[in-house]
Write a protein that binds this ligand. Structure first.
Ligand code: RIB
Length: 342
């Protein structure tokens, strides 16, 4: 039977180092960790980690709650959390709350019962009172990602949404648009509100207002974007541009434009938010604000593991990552394929 000493000998490290890698009791460099894990695998060394972790109450698992697994934005973010977890010997339990508060509460209870070492939480609403009691007594750590939850005492990693809204407005004003429609958030979500606030700020500086009738409520699904797009494009006086609160809504609006024979970008410019992978594969490709999705998740995971291992201590970290305007054919004719190309 293979023992810890056999693994240590083959990996050229001490048994204590192998134990650190297995139990995550002290920091070990990523290269050393990989080497030890590889040798454990080669030698088929399978210690009873559960028994050990039960004694120390460490499970090497972290929870990740996202509001919507159908939105590719959260797919990329989840991948980055999983990548960082994997590199550090942690498994990730992914839960999809579906923007449902009851489900959020129930998942937090489940994750606590499973004694995960920490949680990355992306709340589905700006409300957190339904989970604050559970999170307050959390034994590990909690990091909120993508959106701020000031009432929770948690580290956070978010994007500069307001700056993104400003960039979108500057872009559309620069292209000469003055009569612009918006597809808004479906319900109150502060980070999305920030996008619209930034957008309106810049429009106002150009003496442009978004009239009430040009602001329609979106949803979370593609069909909500189609519905919102139709509503805007069938107005007697339709807008020359649409700013959508995310790419899913923008793609829906693009589809509505196709149905109604409104040419994009000649008759209508569309700008989204997120830069999900499919945005660059559409015809025309979607102009959007690129959120650093991968970095948001990776940094959230790094902070969480830092807390869990005691490498990060002290006051909460609040990281704000910058966004970028990506101009493509849905707004700018010089980037769009000619209709003759179809
Ligand atoms: O609520 C969904 C949106 O929030 C995503 O599309 C992304 O923009 C995130 O910030």
């Amino acid at each position: 039977m293979t023992t810890i000493n056999d693994v240590a000998r083959r990996a050229g490290v001490s048994a204590a180092t192998v134990s650190r890698v297995m139990n995550d009791t002290k920091p070990v460099s990523p290269e050393l960790r990989q080497r030890v894990l590889r040798v454990m695998d080669e030698m088929d060394y399978r210690p009873n980690l559960l028994a050990g972790s039960l004694r120390r109450r460490v499970t090497h698992t972290i929870g990740l709650i996202v509001p919507d697994t159908t939105n590719p934005f959260f797919g990329e973010l989840a991948k980055s959390v999983e990548d960082v977890g994997f590199q550090n010997g942690y498994n990730v339990i992914l839960c999809n709350s579906d923007y449902n508060l009851e489900r959020e509460r129930s998942y937090i209870m489940v994750l606590k019962a499973k004694q995960v070492d920490g949680l990355i939480f992306i709340p589905g609403s700006s409300r957190t009172d339904h989970v604050s009691d559970l999170l307050e007594s959390w034994q590990g750590s909690v990091v909120t990602a993508d959106r701020l939850t000031p009432e929770l005492k948690a580290d956070s990693v978010v994007a500069n949404n307001r700056a993104g809204g400003r960039m979108a407005a500057l872009h559309l004003l620069g292209l000469g648009h003055r009569y612009i429609g918006c597809i808004e958030r479906p319900e109150h979500l502060a980070h999305i509100e920030d996008r619209l606030t930034g957008f309106r700020e810049i429009l106002r500086q150009g003496s442009v207002e978004v009239p009430k009738e040009l602001c329609v409520r979106g949803g979370f699904r593609l069909e909500d974007g189609v519905r919102a797009g139709r509503a805007l494009l069938t107005l007697p006086d339709r807008p020359t541009a649409i700013f959508a609160y995310n790419d899913i809504m923008a793609i829906g609006a693009l589809q509505a434009a196709k149905e109604l024979h409104v040419r994009v970008p000649d008759d209508l410019a569309i700008v989204g938010f997120d830069d999900i992978p499919m945005a660059s594969y559409l015809t025309p490709a979607l102009t959007t604000i690129r959120l650093p999705k991968y970095r948001i998740g990776a940094l959230a995971a790094e902070i969480l593991l830092g807390r869990v291992r005691g490498e990060i201590e002290g006051p909460q970290h609040h990281e704000v990552l910058e966004v970028e305007l990506i101009v493509r054919g849905s707004s700018d004719p010089s980037f769009a394929p000619k209709y003759a190309d179809y």
